[in-house]
Design a protein around this ligand. Structure first.
Ligand code: ADP
Ligand code: MG
Length: 702
C-alpha cells in the first residue's frame, strides 16, 4: 500500500530506536513516521545572521554570535554549582552560564578556538547573560551549512533529558526526508482541487514546512496543510450527514391543516418577525422530505424560538403525529408548558407536562394517553427519555437549549423508535459563530433567527466596582419603587462550590440588610435547595411577591419574567462571555428599559476586562460568540469537546474563517459532483479517508 511508509513505527527511524520511540509516543503522541512528519515547527530562527555583542537588546529574541570563550569557571557548591564563562567578540563581551552538564562543558570549551554561540540573552545586573546557550565550533563545514530558517519544535523536559531537544528533532526530521529508504508521501487531495485552489503537493508541503528557504515557502506549505485539514474535516462531516439522511427515513409532513391554520389565523398574539417566518419555512420544507430532519435552530435569547417550535409542532399534529418538547430544567419545562397552553387557548390540542416530580398517578395517565395517541404534545425534562415513555407516533422532537444535553441523550429520545425516526429540532440560544457551527455541527442543518421582535429596547450594560455597591443599591431601590424587579446572580462553580455557596449566603445577608422586610421581599434560588424550595422561590418572583431574586446560574436558562428589568451579576469576571450574555438575556423581555450591571473587584485580568468591555459594548449574541471564540479558542466552546472533530494542528477556526468557508464549499462541490468518490481523480481521497476513519465504510456511501 502506498501509504505504508508513513505508517512505519517511529522506532524504525534511524537514530531513534525503541527507548526514545517510547518517549516520543508518551510525550508527543508520535507513533509513526506520519505522526512525526506532522509534528510541525512552531517557529523558525534565522541562523544565517550574526550579531555583535554590542547589538544585543533586551527584546527576548534568540541571537547568534561568533567569537571566543574565555575564563571558564565553576562557582558555588553542590546544587548551587554553576559554570560561568566570558564570551568575547571584537565589539565586546557577554556572560554565558550553565547549571547542568558542567563537567562536559568545562572539558570541551577551549579558549583558543572560535565558537558560534546561540541563545536568548537576558539582562542580569549590568551585563547580558545567555543561560544554556548552544555552542558549536565555527568550522567551515558548520558555517557553510547555516540556514536562514531553522525549525524550532515543541519538545518536553523529559525528551530533552534524553537528548531529544528541538535541534535533534530537526536532525531526525532531516534523516527521515533524506536518508530513510522508500521515502514516499502520497497525495491525498484530488488533482483538480490542487489546481483550482493553487495548492502544492502533500510531499512538497511537508518538505517546505520543515526545511523552508524562504517565507513564501512557509506560507505555501501552511496554506496547503491547513487546506487539507479543513477540507478533510468538511468532507467527513458531509459524508456523515449523507449517511445519516440515507439511513434515516423521516415522516413526510406534506399537509398544513387546521391545527396550524387555526392557530396562525386566530391565536397568534403578534406578527411573526421576518426571521421567524424564514426559519418556519425552512423547517417546514425540511419536514416535507422523506428524510429525517436534524436541524439546529439558533436564535439569540428572546428572539422567539418557542413560538417557532410551537408552529412546527402543529404541523406534526396536522400530519397525524405527536410532538415532544424537552427542556433542560424543571423550571423551564414548566414555563414552556404554561406559555404553550396559554398560546393555544381553547384549541383542541392536548398538552401535558412530565418531569421528575410528576406524581405517580398523573404519570400513569400521561403515559397511557401518550400510547393511545390522545395526548398531542408532551413537554418535559430528561424524564422524557426514560424507557417507559412511549409515544404512539412521535413525529417531531424539539430540544431546547441543547448544550445542556449530551449528544447521547439527544440520540436516546429518538433512537428508541425502531421504524421511522422523528424529525429533530434542536434549539439553542448560545450563538455559535457560523464557521464553528460549520465544523462542529457540520452534520446538522442550520436555521438562524437573526432578528429580534420589534419594539425591544437594547439592554443598557454597565461595569461597576464592588466599592460603589451602595450606588447600585440606590438604583435598585428606585427601580423597585417604580414596580420593577431585580435579579442578583452569584457564580457557583463546581470546583469551588463550598466557597461559592458561602459567598452567595453572605451576599444574601448583605442584601437583606440593605433591603429590609416588610418593605422588600427577597427570593433565593440555588442548586442545593430541593425542587420544591426552588419552585417556591421562583414562583414568588414570577408573581411579583418578591422583588429581588438572589440566585446562582440555575436561572440562566430560559426563565421568563418580563417585569424584571435589572440583572446584577456578582463576580462577573468569573463568568464566560456567552454565559454573561445568557444571564443578561433574562431581562429586557418587557416594555421597560432594562439594565445589566456587572460587578467586579478592582482586580481584573486583561481577559476579564475584555470580556466585561465586550458585554458593555454590544448586545449582539453573534458578535459576542465571535469574541468568545477568539478569547478561548474553539477547544473550549460549547460542544466542541464532545464532538471530537476539532483535532486541528495548524488551522484555527477563529483565524481561518475564510478557509473554513472555502473548504466547505470545495467539499460540498466535490460530493455533489461525485458522491461516491468513484472518479479516478477522487480515488486517493476515498482511500485516504477509509484508512483514516476505520470502521466507517465510506465506500458504501455511493
Ligand atoms: P427565546 O428565543 O429566548 O426562547 P422566547 O421564545 O421565550 O425567546 O420569546 C421571548 C418573548 O418574545 C416571549 O415573551 C414571546 O412571547 C415574545 N415573542 C416571540 N415572538 C414574538 C414576535 N414575533 N413579536 C413579539 N413578541 C414575540
Ligand atoms: Mg427559550
Amino acid at each position: 500500500m502506498a501509504s505504508s511508509f508513513l505508517s512505519t513505527p517511529i522506532e524504525f527511524l534511524k537514530g531513534v530506536g525503541p527507548i526514545r520511540a517510547d518517549l516520543l509516543k508518551k510525550e508527543l503522541r508520535i507513533f509513526t513516521f506520519g505522526d512525526f512528519i506532522q509534528h510541525y515547527p512552531f517557529r523558525y530562527v534565522d541562523k544565517s545572521k550574526f550579531y555583535k555583542t554590542n547589538e544585543i537588546t533586551s527584546d527576548g529574541a534568540y541571537i547568534q554570535l561568533k567569537g571566543h570563550i574565555v575564563d571558564v569557571q565553576v562557582e558555588g557548591v553542590k546544587q548551587k554549582k554553576r559554570l560561568r564563562a566570558w564570551f568575547k567578540d571584537d565589539a565586546g563581551g557577554i556572560e554565558l552560564v550553565w547549571f547542568q552538564s558542567l563537567k562536559w562543558v568545562y572539558d570541551t570549551l577551549k579558549p583558543d578556538m572560535e565558537y558560534i554561540v546561540f541563545g536568548k540573552p537576558t539582562r542580569y545586573k549590568n551585563t547580558f547573560t545567555i543561560v544554556h546557550p548552544e555552542v558549536d565550533l565555527a568550522t567551515d563545514g558548520y558555517l557553510n551549512n547555516l540556514v536562514k530558517f531553522m525549525p524550532v519544535y515543541n519538545t518536553t523536559e523529559l525528551l530533552k533529558a534524553r537528548g531529544l531537544d528541538s535541534r535533534s528533532l530537526g536532525k531526525a526530521m532531516r534523516t527521515l526526508f533524506t536518508e530513510q529508504k522508500l521515502f514516499s508521501v502520497p497525495e491525498n487531495l484530488p488533482q483538480p482541487i490542487l489546481q483550482k485552489y493553487q495548492i502544492i503537493s502533500r510531499e512538497q508541503a511537508f518538505r517546505r514546512i520543515h526545511f523552508p528557504i524562504g517565507n513564501e515557502e512557509i506560507s505555501a506549505a501552511t496554506k496547503r496543510l491547513k487546506f487539507e485539514e479543513l477540507f478533510l474535516l468538511q468532507v467527513r462531516l458531509s459524508l456523515l450527514k449523507l449517511n445519516r439522511t440515507k439511513a434515516n427515513r423521516g415522516y413526510v409532513f406534506d399537509k398544513v391543516g387546521d391545527f396550524f391554520n387555526v392557530f396562525f389565523n386566530a391565536k397568534l398574539p403578534f406578527a411573526l418577525t421576518n426571521a421567524q417566518k424564514k426559519v418556519v419555512k425552512e423547517i417546514r420544507n425540511d419536514m416535507r422530505m422523506d428524510k429525517q430532519m436534524n436541524r439546529l435552530l439558533q436564535g439569540d435569547v428572546g428572539s422567539g424560538k418557542t413560538l417557532v417550535a410551537l408552529l412546527c409542532m402543529l404541523i406534526a399534529l396536522d400530519n397525524g403525529c405527536q410532538a415532544a418538547l424537552m427542556a433542560p430544567t424543571e423550571i423551564l419545562a414548566r414555563q414552556h408548558y404554561i406559555s404553550l397552553t396559554e398560546l393555544l387557548g381553547d384549541m383542541p390540542v392536548k398538552v401535558m407536562l412530565l418531569t421528575g416530580s410528576t406524581k405517580q398517578a398523573a404519570r400513569k395517565k400521561i403515559l397511557a394517553a401518550l400510547e393511545e395517541g390522545t395526548l398531542n404534545i408532551l413537554i418535559g425534562t430528561h424524564a422524557l427519555i426514560e424507557d417507559e415513555v412511549r409515544f404512539k407516533k412521535l413525529g417531531l422532537a424539539v430540544i431546547d437549549e441543547q448544550h445542556r444535553f449530551g449528544v447521547e441523550q439527544r440520540g436516546k429520545l429518538w433512537n428508541k423508535y425502531p421504524g421511522t425516526k422523528p424529525h429533530v429540532l434542536v434549539m439553542t440560544a448560545t450563538p455559535i459563530p457560523r464557521t464553528l457551527a460549520m465544523t462542529v455541527y457540520g452534520d446538522l442543518d442550520l436555521s438562524i433567527i437573526d432578528e429580534m421582535p420589534a419594539g425591544r429596547k437594547a439592554i443598557a450594560t454597565y461595569h461597576r466596582y464592588d466599592t460603589t455597591r451602595y450606588k447600585v443599591f440606590e438604583f435598585m431601590k428606585n427601580e423597585i419603587a417604580n414596580g420593577r424587579q431585580v435579579y442578583i446572580v452569584y457564580p457557583l462553580i463546581e470546583e469551588s462550590a463550598k466557597m461559592d455557596l458561602r459567598n452567595l449566603m453572605d451576599g444574601y445577608d448583605m442584601i437583606e440588610k440593605a433591603f429590609p422586610r416588610p418593605h422588600y421581599r427577597i427570593s433565593i434560588v440555588h442548586g442545593k435547595l430541593s425542587i420544591k424550595e426552588k419552585d417556591l422561590g421562583m414562583d414568588l418572583f414570577v408573581k411579583n411577591v418578591t422583588q429581588i431574586m438572589v440566585a446562582t446560574t440555575v436561572i440562566e436558562v430560559g426563565v421568563n419574567v418580563p417585569n424584571a428589568s435589572i440583572m446584577i451579576i456578582e463576580n462577573a469576571e468569573r463568568f464566560g462571555l456567552s454565559q454573561l450574555h445568557q444571564l443578561r438575556g433574562r431581562v429586557g423581555r418587557g416594555a421597560e428599559q432594562s439594565y445589566c450591571i456587572l460587578m467586579t473587584s478592582h482586580k481584573l485580568t486583561k481577559e476579564g476586562k475584555l470580556r466585561i468591555e465586550t458585554l458593555c459594548r454590544t448586545n449582539d449574541g453573534f458578535e459576542i460568540a465571535d469574541m468568545d471564540l477568539k478569547l478561548r479558542g474553539p477547544g473550549d466552546m460549547q460542544g466542541t469537546r464532545q464532538s471530537g472533530v476539532l483535532d486541528l494542528k495548524l488551522s484555527d477556526i477563529a483565524r481561518d474563517q475564510e478557509l473554513v468557508k472555502l473548504t466547505r464549499y470545495a467539499a460540498q462541490q466535490l460530493l455533489t459532483d461525485d458522491p461516491g468518490m468513484q472518479k479516478p481523480e477522487n480515488r486517493p481521497l476515498l482511500e485516504y479517508l477509509s484508512q483514516f476513519d476505520k470502521g466507517t465504510s465510506w465506500s458504501k456511501i455511493a
